[in-house]
Design a protein around this ligand. Structure first.
Ligand SMILES: [Zn+2]
Length: 449
């Protein structure tokens, strides 16, 4: 006998398959891939890499030139070690060679353009083929969290439904599931109340949204002791999350926040399963490497720059693309049954570091941990380096916290020690910290040496 949940799921996939043929078959293939043994997954990834290199050589002017410039042909890259010699693709390459990176078998009508935002420094543009059943990659991830794509979901996101047509489209897209939306761009106390009331009625399986906005909502719930039925998972996007925020959000919703890693240039890179032993890398569809500055792999467990090859994008191949993040592969297995290899949580973007007058860099990851020991002292904070190099630490204090002044003094001193007292630090207590489109930036640097 089929359960209602299974029926809804089957209907959802059937409906999706009409809009994008091949989605269900692709999803099933992905589910099989993750059960392969680690060696088979590596073989699959290498085979796809060789196939993509050959295609790029034959059909993409940029890569044809790249092969010529190093005096090589695709057949020279057979093993993982060979592949490490292939030149790294940088953000500057994307900017300068946009037209040449498009395959001669695709036109601009066949692709969707994705632009990366300003938070990571240099903007860049890439194309994704419309024909790829991308949603199926997300269905596999939802499976890990025991969620069906046909389940009800709550989103704290930019409201992009600006016409009746797009509202109907969104409804049809979610059906038979329902979508509950809180517009993250701006919301009032009443908007939060209405959203939370509906949340209680709908009992969504997933809460998905911008870190800053979900955090604000969580702070409101805790302050007013509002309880809602726990979703199965919370999935946050757009900014790095601090321990303080994660704890607050998990407490408010009584549900786990799972880490998911991706970037605008290449979606779906890695994600946590409920065991939370690390992030499973989607190595069957992306080849993720951790390398030194010369592009050679660093040993497992050591940090390196993240270099990604999108094994599915033939329209605009991204081969050995360094997205500016650093991370490391983990030397352990997960007991959840999925054999995709594990990586650690990603360290901040390289550009999210503070440069000090001496040339020393302070890692953004460290800056997000300033209040980890005293998570209840502040509701939110932001570290802003001014044009002269000095630092302003903005905090929205929790006035109920007893040792607030002492805590702020301690945090300031810790930060001063970390930066070796190179520049002055001012602590500013504020009522709010401006967000952009629901996204909170923790770390801003306007200092140019
Ligand atoms: Zn796992």
């Amino acid at each position: 006998m089929f359960s209602l949940k299974e029926l809804k799921r089957d209907f959802y996939c059937w409906k999706y398959n009409i809009a994008k043929p091949g989605s269900t078959a692709y999803y099933k293939q992905l589910c099989r891939n993750q059960m392969l043994c680690p060696e088979e997954i590596e073989d699959l990834s290498l085979n796809k890499t060789r196939k993509l290199l050959k295609y790029a050589y034959d059909h993409v002017p940029f890569y044809k030139k790249r092969f010529l410039s190093i005096g090589a042909v695709p057949e020279d890259f057979q093993t993982a070690r060979d592949f490490e010699k292939f030149p790294i693709l940088t953000r500057a390459d994307l900017m300068e060679n946009f037209n040449e990176l498009l395959s001669d078998e695709y036109t601009m009508k066949d692709v969707r353009i994705s632009t990366t935002g300003g938070s990571s420094g240099t903007p860049a543009k890439v194309c994704h083929p419309r024909s790829l059943p991308r949603a199926a990659m997300g269905w596999r991830l939802l499976d890990w969290w025991n969620i069906s794509p046909a389940d009800d979901m709550a989103d704290v996101y930019r409201d992009v439904r600006n016409s009746l047509k797009s509202k109907i489209f969104q409804w049809v897209q979610a059906f038979p599931g329902r979508q509950l939306l809180l517009n993250a761009t701006s919301f009032s106390e009443n908007d939060m109340k209405v959203f939370l009331d509906n949340f209680c009625r709908m009992k969504p399986a997933l809460l998905h949204g911008y870190v800053g906005a979900v955090d604000t909502l969580s702070g409101y719930m805790l302050e007013h002791e509002i309880k809602v039925p726990a979703p199965k998972a919370i999935w946050l996007t757009s900014s790095p999350i601090t321990q303080v925020q994660q704890k607050r959000i998990e407490k408010a919703f009584n549900a786990p926040v799972y880490d998911q890693y991706g970037c605008c240039e290449i979606y779906w890179l890695a994600a946590e399963c409920p065991k939370r032993t690390g992030l499973h890398m989607f190595q069957d569809i992306r080849r993720i490497e951790f390398t030194d500055d010369s592009g050679f792999s660093v040993p497992t467990g050591e940090y390196g720059q993240i270099v990604i090859t999108d094994l599915e994008n033939y329209a605009f191949p991204l081969i050995r693309y360094a997205n500016g993040d650093s991370g490391r592969r983990l030397k352990k297995d997960c007991s959840c049954g999925c054999n995709l290899p594990l990586m650690d949580k990603v360290k901040g973007r390289v550009s999210e570091t503070f440069l000090l007058p001496s040339g020393t860099r302070i890692n953004g990851e460290f800056l997000t941990t300033l209040f980890d020991d005293t998570p209840d002292a502040v509701k939110q904070f932001q570290v802003h380096q001014q044009t002269d190099g000095s630092i302003v630490l903005k905090v929205i204090p929790n006035i109920k916290f007893q040792d607030l002044e002492q805590t702020l003094e301690n945090v300031k001193n810790n930060l001063l020690n970390a930066i070796n007292h190179e520049v002055p630090i001012a602590v500013e207590k504020v009522d709010s910290i401006p967000q952009k489109g629901g996204k909170l930036k923790f770390i801003i640097s306007d200092y140019k040496k």
